[in-house]
Design a protein around this ligand. Structure first.
Ligand SMILES: [Cu+2]
Length: 276
C-alpha cells in the first residue's frame, strides 16, 4: 500500500518538478513560469474543471435516471407530455447564468494578455517552412533557429525540442514578442509562459510574457504548417540580467544584422555563379 502511495506521489510530483517541457504520462499543464500562465492555470483548475465535472456528472445522472425510471417494462403506456414551461425556462436560463459567471474571470485573463506593458526586451519571431527566424530589433541581432537532429543531441537536450540557436531573455522583465511568418501560417507557442499566437504572412501579431524564474523553456510551432510542422521547436533560456548582457555582447558579434545579410549576399552570389 505504502509503495503504491509513493508511486502515485512520485507520478504527480515529477509532473510538477521541472515541467518546462512535456513529460511522459503528464497530466495537466506544464508548470507555469509567468503570471499570465498562473492565471490561466487557476482559471482552469478552480473554475472550468469543477463546472465541467459537475455538468458531466449531472447529465450522466439524468440519463441513468431516465433509463431506469422511464423504462418500457415500467411504462407500458408512454407519457404524452411534450411541454413544461417552467423547466424550459430553467434549462435556458441556468446555462446562460453559468456562462456569464464564467465569462467574468475569463475576460479578465484575456484582457491581461492583450494589454502589453512597456517592454524591456522586444523579440521578433518569424516562422519559415520549417524553422524559426529571430530578430532583436533594438540590438541589431538576427539569427535562425533550427531543431537539432536526434543523432546530434547532446546529453540533456530533449528530442524534437532542442534547437541550435536559442533565445535568451532576462528574468522578471517584460518581453514583447512580435510574431509573423514568411510563407504559410505558423504559430509561436510557449506553454509555460501561457503564450500562443498565430504567425501570419504579411501581418505582425504581438504578445508578451514576463518569466518569473530561471530555466530553459520549450515550445513548438502550433499551427499545422506542412510536412515538417513537428520539427520547428522553440527554446527560450531565461537568465539573470548579467548573463543576458553577456549573451547580448556575444550575440551582437555572432549574429550582427549586417554580417548576416552580408553572408546571405555571398551565398546568393555563389549560388548564381554555380547556376551559370
Ligand atoms: Cu510552423
Amino acid at each position: 500500500m505504502k509503495k503504491i502511495f509513493a508511486l502515485i506521489t512520485l507520478c504527480f510530483s515529477s509532473t510538477y518538478l521541472s515541467a518546462e517541457q512535456p513529460k511522459d504520462w503528464q497530466l495537466g499543464f506544464q508548470k507555469a513560469a509567468s503570471k499570465g500562465m498562473e492565471d490561466i492555470v487557476l482559471f482552469h483548475d478552480y473554475m472550468l474543471l469543477p463546472i465541467i465535472t459537475a455538468i458531466t456528472a449531472f447529465v450522466l445522472f439524468l440519463v441513468i435516471y431516465a433509463c431506469i425510471r422511464f423504462r418500457a417494462s415500467r411504462n407500458p403506456e408512454a407519457s404524452q407530455t411534450s411541454h413544461n414551461t417552467v423547466i424550459e425556462i430553467l434549462w435556458t436560463l441556468v446555462p446562460c447564468l453559468i456562462l456569464i459567471f464564467m465569462a467574468v474571470p475569463s475576460f479578465k485573463v484575456l484582457y491581461s494578455q492583450d494589454r502589453i506593458p512597456p517592454a524591456d526586451v522586444t523579440i521578433k519571431a518569424i516562422g519559415y517552412q520549417w524553422y524559426w527566424g529571430y530578430e532583436y530589433p533594438d540590438e541589431n541581432i538576427i539569427f535562425e533557429s533550427y531543431m537539432i537532429e536526434e543523432k546530434d543531441l547532446k546529453p540533456g537536450q530533449p528530442r524534437l525540442l532542442a534547437v541550435d540557436n536559442e533565445i535568451f531573455v532576462p528574468v522578471n522583465k517584460v518581453v514583447k514578442v512580435l510574431i509573423t511568418a514568411n510563407d504559410v501560417l505558423h504559430a509561436w507557442a510557449l506553454p509555460s509562459f501561457g503564450v500562443k499566437r498565430d504567425a501570419v504572412p504579411g501581418r505582425i501579431n504581438e504578445t508578451w510574457f514576463k518569466a518569473d524564474r530561471l530555466g530553459t523553456f520549450y515550445g513548438q510551432c502550433s499551427e499545422l504548417c506542412g510536412i515538417k510542422h513537428a520539427f520547428m521547436p522553440i527554446t527560450v533560456n531565461v537568465v539573470s540580467q548579467e548573463e543576458y548582457d553577456m549573451w547580448l555582447k556575444e550575440a551582437k558579434v555572432k549574429f550582427a544584422k549586417e554580417q548576416t545579410q552580408e553572408n546571405l549576399k555571398i551565398v546568393k552570389k555563389n549560388l548564381k555563379g554555380s547556376i551559370n
